[in-house]
Design a binder for this molecule. Sequence first.
Ligand code: ADP
Ligand code: MG
Length: 134
Amino acid sequence: MTTPKIERLDIRSSDDVVRVRQLARTLALGAGLSLVDQTKIITAASELARNTLDYGGGGFVVAELVEASGRRGLRLTFEDKGPGIPDIDAALKDGFTTGKGMGLGLGGARRLSNEFSIHSKPGEGTKVVIARWK
Ligand SMILES: Nc1ncnc2c1ncn2[C@@H]1O[C@H](COP(=O)(O)OP(=O)(O)O)[C@@H](O)[C@H]1O
Ligand SMILES: [Mg+2]
């Protein structure tokens, strides 16, 4: 099987969260990431997919193999049309949760990634982009 350069997956169930992990693993391998870096991006992907499902009411991820100045990497974009995040700085703080989680997902995903950006508007939804480079 050839590794696709770009793939989109809906996130509507816990099974989909597992599929996101598997997709992240496949593409991280394809990008040539080390085992440690594979684990980092898979863990981050898992946290963000969970958030998309639990707080965003579902959505999708776009996964891309990317290349810039000879470096390969994996970029993942999570999007939902849920309630949004009113205070992003607060949401990024370790221990902040409005649910039953540990409040480590967003901050953890940021630490585990080489690139991290989050855009969210109350009432419109949330978009989180992460990347890990070789
Ligand atoms: N996609 C999202 N849509 C709306 N709110 C979100 C989303 N992702 C995260 N949040 C908010 O940010 C908080 C912190 O997220 P996170 O760090 O993953 O911790 P946890 O999932 O344990 O609550 C969540 O409790 C929630 O309030
Ligand atoms: Mg979370």
